[in-house]
Design a protein around this ligand. Structure first.
Ligand SMILES: [Zn+2]
Ligand SMILES: [Zn+2]
Length: 347
């Protein structure tokens, strides 16, 4: 069965909070970067909701990033503002859920940089929360900022090689994701957290935008899988998109390493095929199939319950499973992670 694939960026800031682009400008950048959808998430506001729709051919949706000093939580598919509560993130998650919204724990382990805002950072500390949709395991802005430890390095990764250290998702966030998905389904996403901050130093001698939206949209993104093509009307397309995201029918791609065509991860059991995010019922022999384009240094790594399980050269590979478990796939190109899928849950 062939699925429709839609690539887009989640966790973007616009002029409705501290970003530097309007929503139509951001959508134009997404169009130029070849994205299908964007989800703008301004801080503690839903003002962008009035601009939801199709801009420049890009499905443009608006959520919000809630809270201030800690426990930043992305709230998608909500229509009413949710009050912040830095000290009680469970209350925030519950209020998002009560509207039928999706909640993602944002940049949970960011540590900040001494060169930016005096090291200010916004971690997630309360892991006794429950009922949230997923975790942002890879946040471009946080990871980039966390790596700024000195002025020379800032010049290097600010100017010469911004993606140099963007190897893979946050390992602590992935470990927490694996820990939880041993117990219940959860959704991993990537966020650009892009603001297009203008930087001026030394009287304007150095000028830089960190980062232009179009650049960010060519880096880490999310690919959603849908059985049906996205509908022409916005309300239906929005429902389809959020439905795929809620079910974890999606994977993360680093587009700097290539477009995610010809990649699939499926399970087959009792003559039925199961996709990323789905649960395979117990009782029958299950076969996992991994497909990715052959590359000289390409490797596919399968994980079972968060532990390395199989390792193949890129291409096609099949594994017959003897045990239930939570299976996810990583595809690497050389020493960089290209694709990180949500799990298939074999019961
Ligand atoms: Zn944040
Ligand atoms: Zn943010």
């Amino acid at each position: 069965m062939s699925l429709h694939l839609y690539t887009g960026n989640i966790h973007i800031h616009s002029t409705y909070s501290d970003g530097h682009g309007t929503i139509p400008e951001i959508a134009a950048a997404a169009k130029a970067a070849g994205l299908d959808f964007i989800v703008v998430t301004d801080h503690n506001t839903l003002d962008g909701l009035a601009e939801e729709g199709c801009h420049h051919g890009v499905l443009t949706l608006c959520g919000s990033e809630l809270n201030n000093d800690s426990h930043h939580c992305l709230a998608l598919n909500i229509t009413q503002p949710v009050p912040t509560d830095d000290l009680n993130p469970q209350r925030v998650i519950d209020r998002i859920s009560s509207q039928g919204g999706l909640s993602f724990i944002a940049h949970p382990f960011e540590r900040g940089s001494p060169l930016v805002m005096n090291g200010l950072h916004f971690p997630w500390k309360r892991w006794d929360v429950y009922g949230f949709t997923g975790i942002e395991v890879w946040n471009w802005s946080s990871q980039w900022r966390d790596a700024l430890r000195g002025a020379l390095q800032a010049l290097y990764i600010g100017y010469l090689n911004p993606a140099g250290h963007m190897i893979a998702p946050c390992q602590k966030a992935v470990a927490r994701f694996d820990e939880i998905t041993r117990q219940r389904p959860l959704v991993a996403i990537a966020g650009s957290d892009n603001h297009a901050w203008p930087i001026r130093r030394w009287g304007g001698v150095v000028r830089r935008v960190i980062f232009p939206y179009e650049y960010a949209f060519r880096t880490i993104n999310n690919c959603l899988l849908s059985h049906e093509p996205l509908a022409g009307d916005i309300a239906t397309a929005k429902k389809q998109l959020y439905d795929a995201l809620r079910r974890g029918r999606c994977f993360i791609v680093n587009r700097l390493l290539g477009e995610p065509h010809d990649v699939s991860f499926t399970a087959e059991s009792n003559g039925l095929e199961y996709q990323i995010g789905e649960q395979v019922p117990p009782g029958n022999l299950t076969r996992l199939t991994v497909r990715s384009p052959r590359r000289p240094q390409g490797r596919s790594l399968l994980f079972r319950d968060g532990l390395p399980f199989r390792d193949f050269p890129s291409g096609e590979a099949t594994v017959y499973l003897e045990h239930p478990g939570t299976y996810r796939l990583e595809v690497w190109r050389g020493n960089r992670l290209w694709i990180f899928t949500n799990p298939i849950y074999v019961c």
